[in-house]
Design a binder for this molecule. Structure first.
Ligand code: SF4
Length: 396
């Protein structure tokens, strides 16, 4: 609890603020539901919630106003994702949301207390909003199923709920695949900026698909759309791995569209975390992020053998994976004050020396500006081109 917040003069006492409202969270009723805005997923969650019988309140894409709202009401020490999420919730509540569905966090960093603190602040601000926090099913299966049941306002048979979830999952997989392809194409586009309109049209086609067959068709169309963007022949772009904390990696507005910026500089990026890969790894205990037989955590182990919270170990493991795969460099995206990424940064310095891999760490907070970030990226990219030229490769 941030000092001076709960129970402060005129506000409700701490005991009132922290009293759980389990009965309300597990009550099945039609709600006005919102959720965090993350990458390409909001439209998928909107569709799922509407099919379950709710009024889905899609929050605006995080912007300056979202961040100002979050900063205004967050403790000073909070990290950037916390502030953006709080701002998003406040905007959604202003749009009529009475319930927010979000994911929980595990591990020894602040993410584990995010939702409790968000709820305290919302209640202190006078919002009696239900926060339904979905922890990974492996942590508490009964709790998870209870929350899914509470969200089934249309009282659909389980088989149909599972079908809807599977359709959403299929869409999310396709969206991640389309995004990956867009990074490949953008780095090679002949006319600067020509990939983005094709990418947006590809996303639209996937969003509109309502059945598994239609999603497959939309996936093919999306691929065709992107592959028809004219590209430079024989061009060998720089390859940069993007590692760091999940929220600032996945949500472009939180990282000032760094992948688009680099793509338009002729750089191909590969990101360490996508929503579907993360969900699979953290919820279903499947190790999808690996190279050959070695998992990312195994790769990180000689440098960072402990789970330090957040995605610190992933950051180190992926950087090593990118070094071994011949990438030209790595960019780390770290929310300001994010402890796991601060630890990872100090480890990356050793990794960088051992693997001769240039890396750039970008600290993100409400003060970070696009112009400053562009300048740093241009300098880093320039350095990588010169390094490649020295090694015998040429800029095409
Ligand atoms: S991983 Fe970093 S940014 Fe995310 S909650 Fe933990 S400390 Fe904050």
């Amino acid at each position: 609890v941030p000092p001076g917040r709960a129970g402060k003069e005129g506000g409700p006492a701490l005991s009132v603020l922290v009293r759980p409202k389990w009965h309300r969270r597990f009550t099945r009723r039609r709600r006005a539901v919102s959720f965090p805005y993350l990458g390409t997923s909001p439209e998928v969650f909107r569709e799922l919630l509407a099919d379950l019988g709710h009024e889905a309140v899609v929050p605006p894409r995080p912007n300056r106003r979202t961040l100002s709202l979050g900063v205004e009401h967050s403790p000073e020490f909070a990290c950037l994702p916390f502030k953006i999420l709080l701002g998003t919730y406040l905007e959604a509540i202003a749009m009529g949301a009475d319930t927010i569905v979000t994911s929980g966090g595990v591990g020894p960093c602040r993410a584990g207390q995010y939702s409790q603190l968000h709820e305290l602040i919302l209640r202190e601000l006078g919002h009696d909003t239900d926060l339904i926090v979905c922890e990974p099913p492996r942590a508490d299966l009964i709790d998870f199923l209870g929350k899914v049941a509470a969200l089934n306002a249309n009282n659909l048979p389980y088989s149909q709920v599972i079908r809807l979830i599977k359709r959403s999952w299929q869409k999310l997989l396709v969206l991640d695949e389309v995004e990956r392809l867009s990074h490949w194409v953008r780095a090679r586009e002949l006319v600067r900026g020509s990939t983005t309109p094709a990418y947006l049209e590809a996303l639209r086609q996937v969003y509109e698909a309502r059945t598994p067959e239609a999603i497959d068709l939309a996936k093919n169309r999306a691929g065709t759309l992107l592959r028809t963007v004219p590209t430079k022949e024989g061009y060998q772009p720089l390859k940069i791995g993007i590692v760091g904390e999940i929220y600032v990696l996945i949500e472009p507005s939180a990282n000032l569209e760094i992948e688009e910026v680099l793509g338009e500089m002729g750089v191909e990026t590969e990101r360490s975390i996508y929503l579907t890969g993360y969900t699979r790894d953290s919820n279903l205990l499947m190790k999808t992020r690996h190279t050959g037989q070695t998992s990312v955590k195994d790769l990180a182990a000689p440098y960072l053998g402990e789970m330090i919270g957040g995605h610190g170990q992933d950051t180190v493991g992926h950087a090593i994976m990118y070094a071994r795969s011949g990438f030209d460099g790595v960019v780390q995206l770290a929310p300001f004050t994010c402890i796991p990424e601060i630890v990872a940064k100090s480890v990356l310095e050793r990794v960088s020396t051992d693997f001769s891999l240039p890396f750039l760490s970008v600290s993100l907070d409400e003060q970070t500006g696009r112009a400053g970030l562009m300048t740093r990226m241009e300098a880093f990219v320039d350095l990588l081109w010169r390094r490649r030229a020295r090694a015998g490769g040429a800029k095409a």
